[in-house]
Design a protein around this ligand. Structure first.
Ligand SMILES: Cc1ncc(COP(=O)(O)O)c(C=O)c1O
Length: 369
């Protein structure tokens, strides 16, 4: 019986290493016998300021709606986003996080043996969703922690269906410029869908960041992915979206979308977040201040780091990161180890509040001796 069940699984899923999330606070408290209220989590690039008060008010106001199925098509949220971005609501699809948009792409596009080009290390869901379909991740090493776009263009073959570019990239925080992306799009065959994953775009301060919505307006074979999980601090409600100027691409994604994929409270919270002009600048200001503090502390401690355009920093501890990670956990500080990404001496730390950043640096100094 057991073996019958095992052989029923698709062979394609054998090679998948499941997504490794940042350790939840409750889990660390349970495992180490710590008081959860004393633990800080700087492991999943969540916004330490929390959501807009308007989002919280919208959730409260709509609590009674949980009786009802959500608007399957996300009409109001798509229209609010369209107004916010200066696009048409038909150019948007909403998902249960941008992770679900990646899932739509995989299911709608990938036949076994198809190739998906991505950076190495990639954001891991690109690889997982590709392998799920029996398709082939083609991983192109990063260059100076950002995507090596000429090498990625050169990796395209007749089997390439999709290319993923996280910009800024996770786990590095590094960015590809507008000139680089323009040249890349000119080099890639128009039949290949280029996905620009902009989960952290609102944090970017550099003027040479690509204007990805222009690619959408030009009707290119480009899908931009964004999320409410990061700067809007709605990670727990799960909502992200895809933006595309090609009706055929969006129609394919909608064909594989479950009905009611984004919860109604989530949709209301997202709409209200867009209506708060303070949420983004407030979060950028806190992030920039935390970034400057952490850069200064890392420099003082002689720890090299990757300059970031996002809300996290990859820093080199110059010793095996797993041991430091374990010691930081015992200090009640959760970060992310670099070893799954191929950076065995680095950790990735989310930029927190002033108090969290100070606490992290104090703990780091203690455990590094
Ligand atoms: C680059 C990147 N893309 C996508 C996601 C997924 O975000 P969401 O919460 O919208 O599924 C993340 C989350 O960490 C990310 O870092």
């Amino acid at each position: 019986m057991q073996s019958d069940i095992q052989t029923a699984y698709r062979a394609a899923i054998d090679g998948i290493t499941p997504y490794a999330p940042g350790k939840p606070i409750e889990e660390v408290a349970r495992e180490l016998g710590l008081d959860p209220t004393t633990i800080i989590k700087l492991a999943s690039n969540e916004n330490p300021l929390g959501p807009s008060p308007k989002a919280l008010a919208a959730i409260t106001a709509h609590l009674g709606d949980v009786r009802l199925y959500p608007d399957s098509d996300g009409y109001s949220l798509r229209h609010a986003l369209a107004a916010h971005l200066g696009l048409d609501a038909t150019q948007l699809i909403i998902g249960r996080g941008s992770d679900e948009i990646m899932h739509f792409l995989a299911v709608a596009y990938l036949e076994p043996g198809d190739e998906v080009v991505m950076g190495d290390p990639p954001f891991s869901m690109y690889e997982i969703s590709t392998l799920t379909m029996g398709a082939v991740p083609v991983k192109v090493p990063l260059k100076e922690f950002a995507h090596d776009l000429p090498a990625m263009a050169a990796a395209v073959t007749p089997r390439t269906k999709v290319i993923y570019i996280a910009n800024p990239h996770n786990p590095t925080g590094a960015l590809n410029t507008r000139a680089e992306v323009d040249a890349f799009l000119a080099a890639v065959p128009p039949s290949v869908l280029v996905v620009l994953d902009e989960a952290y775009c609102e944090y970017v301060t550099r003027a040479d960041y690509p204007r990805s919505l222009d690619y959408v307006r030009e009707g290119r074979n480009v899908l931009v992915m964004r999320t409410f999980s990061k700067i809007y601090a709605l990670a727990g409600l799960r909502v992200g979206y895809g933006i595309c100027g090609r009706p055929d691409v969006l129609a394919a994604l909608h064909q594989v979308r479950e009905p009611f994929n984004v919860a109604n409270l989530t949709q209301w919270a997202a709409i209200a977040s867009l209506d708060d002009p303070e949420q983004v600048p407030r979060s950028i200001a806190a992030n920039d201040a935390g970034k400057a503090y952490l850069y200064g502390q890392f420099a003082r401690m002689g720890l090299p780091y990757v300059p970031t355009e996002a809300n996290f920093i990859l820093v080199d501890l110059k010793q095996p990161c797993k041991e430091v990670f374990g010691k930081l956990l015992r200090e009640g500080v959760i970060v992310r180890t670099g070893d799954p990404f191929g950076y065995p001496t680095m950790i990735r730390v989310t930029i927190g509040t002033t108090a969290e950043n100070t606490r992290f640096i104090g703990a780091l100094e203690k455990v590094l001796g």
